[in-house]
Design a protein around this ligand. Structure first.
Ligand SMILES: [Zn+2]
Ligand SMILES: [Zn+2]
Length: 119
């Protein structure tokens, strides 16, 4: 317990429209591979909405992908701390699957071989 499978993290990233669930910065790829393409050079990581220590599961429903510095701030009291999410699903990136890509972003996704469905 306590770590998400890569496949689960990929699914979560897709669900949230390839944006950080906390700040909305474009996330093309998970982990260090994504840092080169990240606007601020950060890697992206899976975070447990309900923390593993209090019984949160390693499932896609409990997973959000966020930037490294967002991850730090979450654990210091940000939006996803202790799974307390206030507001409607539409307020949150992690419920979105519509990336709304610019042409530049579309080019990058296509370069790294990720197929984006934009309907
Ligand atoms: Zn975390
Ligand atoms: Zn972020």
């Amino acid at each position: 317990m306590g770590r998400f499978l890569t496949s689960i993290q990929r699914e979560a990233l897709k669900r949230q429209g390839y944006k950080c669930a906390a700040c909305g910065t474009r996330i093309y790829r998970l982990g260090r591979l994504g840092a080169d393409l990240h606007k601020y050079g950060e890697s992206a990581q899976g975070h447990h909405i309900k923390h593993a220590k209090v019984g949160g599961k390693d499932t896609v429903e409990n997973c959000v992908i966020i930037c490294q510095s967002c991850h730090y701030s979450v654990h210091e009291g940000g939006n996803y701390r202790h799974g307390k999410i206030v507001g409607k699903p539409s307020d949150y990136y992690h419920y979105s699957d519509k990336p709304a890509l610019s042409s530049e972003e579309r080019k990058i996704f296509s370069c790294i071989g990720i197929q984006i469905d934009e309907n």
